[in-house]
Structure formats: structure tokens, C-alpha cells
Design a protein around this ligand. Structure first.
Ligand SMILES: C[S@@+](CC[C@H](N)C(=O)[O-])C[C@H]1O[C@@H](n2cnc3c(N)ncnc32)[C@H](O)[C@@H]1O
Length: 265
């Protein structure tokens, strides 16, 4: 008598936990960026890493290898977006803000581009596929495991010839850009690394003479997680003309946006 009741109770509890994990919490966190980041980036990621004995970037790479066509950047982008919308959230710029990124890159048509924060190479592929012939994109990533995955994603997209992925911290590499890569100035810069580095790194890029009149700096996540010190600086500095593009935190409905700033000297 007791056993069937116990089994029934356990099954009901399992069903409630399953519904909470798969539907109820994900639906709730759609609208709150901070909660979304905590849920997806801390709780779910750690749990899946433990259960699957793999990392999120490894799982994302598998999705690319399974669902994207070699040499077809768009299929790589779609495979990652599908993975992030239907399997596991990840901190790529994402499809919605990605279309804003695409239009800014296309408008600037940069010969020399810089990205700070590669992660798994999603935005790298988005940017590199739009570059004109002969152009170069330098992308920096200080996490060696992420960089190793990004290399494979970029190769899968067939874009390795135009991308230089550098493993290291922005603060160390920015001062060495001219000497190491023969760069004079960048035409386009995408800021998408840790948010407390946006302000020191834009100042470092200025000091190192890597900006020219007309350089376009596009900064992701200026609302969520947010970069208040960077926004305060870039919007009030006479050296920039700045505009906000309202959007949503990747793969959610919480507000986030991109700040596009043109360096005017
Ligand atoms: C939001 S993710 C980048 C997402 C990527 N741009 C995309 O949209 O696909 C931020 C990445 O920046 C890297 N990162 C953070 N601070 C960095 C720094 N100071 N130098 C180099 N990489 C950094 C992190 O390891 C992380 O992989």
C-alpha cells in the first residue's frame, strides 16, 4: 500500500521538477536579464557540464559539426542560433543583435577590424563573412579552451584566412597591435569582452593610436549586464558621436542594446 503511494509521489515530484526546469523557469527568465544570466550561465551550464561531462562550447561545436555545412558561414550561424534557442542559451551576440551588427559592418565595409571577446567564434563568423576581399579581422580571447573551439568554428565556416585569433588579454595585446600585426588603425571595432574592460580598453586603443577619424566602435551588452561607466564616457566625450540601438539580450526578451560610436578625433 505504502510503496505505490511513495512511487506515485516521487513520479509527481519528478514531473513538477521537470516542468519547472524545462518550461516554467525558462519562460519566467525570458523577461529579466539578470535572472536569465544567473539561470543560464551559472545554474544550467554547471549542471549540464556535470551531467554530460562536456562544456557548453564543446556542445555548441558538436551542433555546428552536425548541422552546418563546411564552408558555409550562414549555416554555421544558423546552427548556433538553433542550438541556443532550442537546447542551451549561450553568450553569443545572438541572432537579433546580430542583424544590427551585420548592418553596421556592411555600412563600414572595414579593411581592418578588431573584435575583443571571441568566445566560440559566433560573432567572428558573422563579421568575417561580410568583410571585403583582402580585409582582416583580429579577434582576442583570453580563455584558451574557448579559443580552441572558436578556431574550429571559424574553420568550419571557411573563414580562417581572414581571421587572426589571438589568445591573450586585451590589456596586454592592444599595446602590441601595431608592432605585432602591422596595423595602423582599425576601421571597425566590436567590444564584446568582460564589461568592466570596455572603458579601460577604449582609452588604451585611443592612447595607442589605433583609432582614426571615422573608426566605428560597436559595443554589445551596454544595458545587460551593462556598461554604465563606458556609456557615460563615450556619450559625453567630444571625440565620439554615439547612438544606441535598442534590442534584447541574446535569445531572450529582456532589454539590451548596442552602442555605436564614431570616433571623430
Ligand atoms: C560575451 S563573450 C563574447 C561573445 C562573442 N563576441 C560572440 O558574440 O560570439 C565574452 C568573451 O570575452 C572573453 N574575454 C573577457 N575579457 C577579456 C579580455 N580582457 N581579453 C580577452 N578576452 C576576454 C571571455 O573569455 C569571453 O569568451
Amino acid at each position: 500500500m505504502l510503496l505505490p503511494v511513495l512511487c506515485g509521489g516521487c513520479a509527481a515530484l519528478a514531473a513538477v521538477l521537470y516542468a519547472l526546469y524545462c518550461w516554467i523557469i525558462p519562460a519566467l527568465v525570458q523577461y529579466n536579464g539578470t535572472v536569465a544570466l544567473l539561470w543560464h550561465d551559472v545554474f544550467v551550464e554547471r549542471m549540464l557540464d556535470t551531467f554530460t561531462r562536456s562544456t557548453r562550447p564543446q556542445r555548441m561545436l558538436k551542433a555546428v559539426q552536425k548541422n552546418a555545412t563546411r564552408g558555409d558561414p550562414l549555416s554555421v550561424i544558423s546552427a548556433i542560433d538553433r542550438f541556443c534557442r532550442h537546447s542551451e542559451w549561450a553568450m553569443n551576440v545572438g541572432d537579433e543583435k546580430g542583424t544590427i551588427l551585420d548592418s553596421v559592418v556592411s555600412e563600414v565595409n572595414p579593411a581592418m577590424a578588431l573584435e575583443l571577446g571571441t568566445y566560440c567564434g559566433y560573432s567572428t563568423v558573422r563579421i568575417a563573412r561580410l568583410l571585403p576581399p583582402g580585409a582582416r579581422l583580429v579577434t582576442l580571447e583570453f580563455n584558451g579552451d574557448y579559443a580552441a573551439i572558436a578556431r574550429q568554428v571559424i574553420e568550419w565556416a571557411g573563414l580562417e584566412d581572414m581571421v587572426q585569433l589571438v589568445e591573450g588579454a586585451s590589456g596586454d595585446w592592444i599595446p602590441r597591435m601595431k608592432e605585432h600585426f602591422g596595423v595602423k588603425t582599425f576601421d571597425f571595432i566590436f567590444l564584446d569582452h568582460w564589461k568592466d574592460r570596455y572603458l579601460p580598453d577604449i582609452k588604451l586603443l585611443e592612447e595607442c593610436g589605433l583609432l582614426r577619424k571615422g573608426t566605428v566602435v560597436l559595443a554589445d551588452n551596454v544595458i545587460c549586464p551593462g556598461t554604465p561607466d563606458y556609456l557615460e564616457y563615450i556619450r559625453n566625450s567630444p571625440s565620439y558621436e554615439s547612438n544606441y540601438f535598442r534590442s534584447h539580450l541574446e535569445y531572450t526578451k529582456a532589454e539590451d542594446g548596442l552602442e555605436k560610436s564614431v570616433y571623430v578625433g
